[in-house]
Design a protein around this ligand. Structure first.
Ligand SMILES: CC(C)(COP(=O)(O)OP(=O)(O)OC[C@H]1O[C@@H](n2cnc3c(N)ncnc32)[C@H](O)[C@@H]1OP(=O)(O)O)[C@@H](O)C(=O)NCCC(=O)NCCS
Length: 158
């Protein structure tokens, strides 16, 4: 399978690409034991809002047919901004440590590979490409404790 990778500048994240990401996100999480709290409409709204955040980075993987195979994106978290969702839950759990661990650090927000193409190194390549562009000292993400395979994936990558 031939796959190419591309970093997308925020202004190129148009409605067509958001729909593609939303579709792959839905499929990836439907086939995942992680599950998702985010219905498709929320994914689209969150991506649209995050694209205007400082430090927003998006990498996509496409097959040679043009089909979107996967995506990885994140942005710089600022605690002075009202938090919601995972970001708020994490900040609440960290207490005072939130200022060291979250403020102005990179939040790895959305990551998924179409189930038909998982296990071919696409997720690893997307992750590594995205983080090669991140200049923050720290990054954070949320991963359920029971997801041992996924945790191992992240732990191997620091
Ligand atoms: C996690 C994910 C993006 C990895 O993409 P991928 O292209 O399959 O990744 P790779 O082929 O580079 O595999 C690297 C590692 O990813 C992990 N992995 C692969 N498929 C996985 C799956 N279905 N579930 C959990 N982890 C998986 C494994 O650690 C794997 O290494 P291993 O098989 O040697 O243990 C993909 O499995 C996915 O979209 N999962 C559902 C959505 C999700 O959980 N996103 C992350 C939310 S925090």
């Amino acid at each position: 399978m031939v796959v190419s990778y591309e970093s997308i500048e925020p202004h190129r994240l148009d409605a067509g690409m958001i729909n593609e990401i939303r579709d792959v996100h839905g499929r990836a999480f439907a086939a995942s034991v992680v599950g998702t709290e985010y219905p498709a409409t929320e994914v689209a709204a969150a991506l649209t809002a995050e694209a205007s955040e400082p430090g927003f980075r998006l990498c996509v993987a496409r097959r040679d047919t043009g089909q979107l195979a996967g995506f990885a994106c994140g942005y710089i978290d600022f605690l002075q901004r009202p938090a919601s969702g995972w970001s708020k839950r994490l900040a609440d759990a960290l207490g005072q440590k939130r200022y060291e661990w979250l403020d102005q650090q990179f939040g790895f927000a959305w990551f998924g590979v179409h189930p038909a193409f998982q296990g071919n190194g696409i997720g690893s390549a997307l992750h590594d490409r995205l983080f090669a562009e991140v200049r923050c000292a720290r990054a954070w993400l949320v991963c359920p404790a029971h997801e041992t395979r996924l945790r191992a994936f992240y732990e191997h990558r620091g």
